[in-house]
Design a protein around this ligand. Structure first.
Ligand code: NAP
Length: 317
């Protein structure tokens, strides 16, 4: 292993979405020289989204990747250091805490801010897994371009599903949103946009039982079942987008940090403190309720302030 022989860092941030980058900005401005280990998806989920219209300050909206670039540059301007490494192991047993990355580099830090975000969920079908990348996708902005003049299915009823469906109408001739209930969970403004879009149709009270096709042919359809009657029907389509929410990225901390039943890190409200002294959590990894870019940034700010105060209180130890 490459030992990093520096004296322990004061603040080490795991994850580089709006939470991690805002934590870095605040920690850098507090002269704590934070290091961000970006993780496997630098910038987090905003980098696979399109227009962000609800981040305050951008009157005409801003593209997700651009917003992230601005946040990163802003943090770096004040001395935050960013490395493209993913943490694979954390030792919370003594302070300074120790982490090891996928590049086999070890770091030690007096505090940790965990902002590892969340990952898109899958339905869990064998066919969905088999055809992932062959017509099945969880990212319209990444793959939508490949579906010009095709008919597509998006599964889900939240903001993500509507956003993906709206984006896909730029390429597809028709997008059918398959939802397991008869009303959407998405915000009103997104619902209105979907209902007003001629290319978007709905298959209500329906669940996807199977994705049809082969890796050679791509997706050819889905089998839908009616949630009330169980009746099944084949629904032809050329692409299948899964947008059914997210799960927090906390596997690395299993059995070490307290989580709720779903896996979100528990914090001691109104702070960002976890059950381990000196370890703080921010963003989607600890927020089962709001999960917005702006709330993630807000908790990132809180975590940096909590870490700064914690360091002040423990500087003699
Ligand atoms: P979400 O709000 O949790 O919605 C997930 C949707 O998928 C729900 O409609 C749910 O159905 C459905 N679903 C869950 N598991 C399923 C399964 N196994 N099979 C079929 N359907 C399933 O997740 P999200 O849409 O990813 O949004 C997450 C958060 O990000 C929200 O707070 C949202 O407001 C925010 N967000 C905001 C924007 C924006 O403001 N532009 C864009 C994207 C996301 P039920 O409704 O029946 O539970």
């Amino acid at each position: 292993m490459n030992e990093n022989n520096d004296t322990p860092r004061k603040v080490l941030i795991l994850g580089s979405g709006p939470a991690g980058l805002t934590a870095a900005l605040y920690a850098a401005r507090a002269d704590l020289s934070p290091l961000i280990l970006e993780g496997s998806q630098p910038g987090g989920q905003l980098t696979i989204t399109t227009d962000v219209e609800n981040y305050p300050g951008f009157t005409d909206g801003i593209m997700g990747p651009e917003l992230i670039d601005k946040m990163r540059l802003q943090a770096q301007r004040f001395g935050a250091e960013v490395r493209f490494e993913t943490v694979v192991e954390v030792d919370f047993s003594s302070r300074p805490f120790k982490v090891r990355t996928d590049r086999d580099v070890a770091y030690a830090s007096e505090t940790l801010i965990i902002s590892t975000g969340a990952t898109a969920k899958q339905i869990g079908l064998e066919s969905e897994q088999h055809l992932m990348g062959y017509g099945v996708s969880a990212c319209a902005t990444c793959d939508g371009f490949f579906f010009r003049d095709k008919e597509l299915v998006v599964v889900g009823g939240g903001d993500t599903a509507i956003e993906e469906a709206l984006f896909l109408t730029k390429f597809a001739t028709k997008v059918t949103i398959v939802h397991r209930r008869d009303e959407l969970r998405a915000s009103k403004i997104m619902q209105e946009r979907a209902f007003a879009n001629d290319k978007i149709e709905f298959a209500w009270n329906s669940e996807v039982r199977e994705v049809l096709g082969t890796r050679e042919s791509g997706v050819e359809g889905v089998i839908l079942s009616d949630v009330a009657s169980g009746e099944e029907r084949t629904f032809p389509c050329n692409g299948f987008f899964v947008a059914i929410g997210h799960r927090p990225n906390t596997e690395l901390f299993d059995g070490k940090l307290e989580t709720d039943d779903v896996g979100y890190l528990r914090v001691k409200h109104p702070s960002t403190k976890t059950n381990i002294e000196g370890v703080f959590a921010a963003g989607d990894v600890m927020d089962p309720v709001y999960r917005q870019a702006v709330t993630a940034a807000g908790t990132g700010c809180q975590a940096a302030i909590d870490a700064e105060r914690w360091l002040e209180a423990h500087q003699e130890e």
